[in-house]
Design a binder for this molecule. Structure first.
Ligand code: AMP
Length: 214
């Protein structure tokens, strides 16, 4: 069983890397952004609280996020197959809280510059049914039919917070709050592995299995 944290700024490709890992393992993919979006959609108390922050590109308070993640990590699928956390932790307190409940095998840090990130975020589209990620500015990630999922044939959606203004705020939140969490992990020998975000799509089965010990 392998426990992974996928770490990097918004748009760095954490979800894409998670999809690639899923090809070779049964590790459970947990995206806190997706969990929040589901909660917002069904208007749960967590969703109502989180929406205020998400719309502004701000981080949801630690108490809300940590509770939600702990609850998800306690489920049987995670205990059996391990997890890859995508979008969590994003603050030092979240990283410490995670250490309190589980062991980590690898923190994969996706390295990318701000300019490439902006393009990715503004071109990013999602399938609402299977969650597959597309990008209209990237030939390898473009849908075959404009605006439609290759697999499910349903209309693709664009996240409300994937716009220029919110991007700047989310980038700032990353720089101000998430770098502390990264430094905390960097202090532990052998835990952090850097991945060039522009090379994720070229990763082979051998690369992925080697990197994560699958
Ligand atoms: P993401 O899809 O990971 O970019 O997350 C979308 C939004 O959900 C973020 O801009 C935050 O408002 C919120 N969010 C997701 N994960 C976290 C987290 N670990 N801590 C605080 N807020 C989060």
């Amino acid at each position: 069983m392998v426990n992974i944290v996928l770490f990097g700024p918004p748009g760095a490709g954490k979800g894409t890397l998670a999809e690639i890992i899923k090809r070779y393992s049964k590790i459970v993919h947990i995206s806190t952004g997706d969990l929040f979006r589901e909660n917002v959609k069904s208007s749960t108390p967590i969703g109502k609280e989180a929406k205020k922050y998400m719309d502004e590109g701000k981080l949801v308070p630690d108490s809300v996020v940590i509770g939600m993640v702990k609850e998800r990590l306690a489920r049987d699928d995670v205990k059996k197959d391990g997890f890859m956390l995508d979008g969590f932790p994003r603050t030092l307190d979240q990283a410490k809280a995670l250490d309190g409940v589980t062991r980590l095998d690898t923190v994969a840090v996706l390295d990318i510059d701000k300019k490439s990130l902006r393009e990715r975020i503004l071109g990013r589209y999602n399938c609402p049914k299977c969650n597959r990620i597309y990008n209209i500015f990237n030939d390898r990630l473009k849908p075959k039919m404009e605006g439609q999922c290759d697999e499910c044939k349903v209309a693709l959606t664009h996240r409300a917070d994937d716009n220029e203004e919110t991007f700047e705020k989310r980038w700032k939140a990353y720089e101000e709050q998430s770098t502390d969490a990264l430094e905390y992990y960097e202090e532990r020998a052998g835990l952090v592995k850097h991945v060039d975000s522009n090379k994720i799509l070229a990763l082979t089965e051998k690369d992925v299995k080697g990197m994560f010990g699958l």
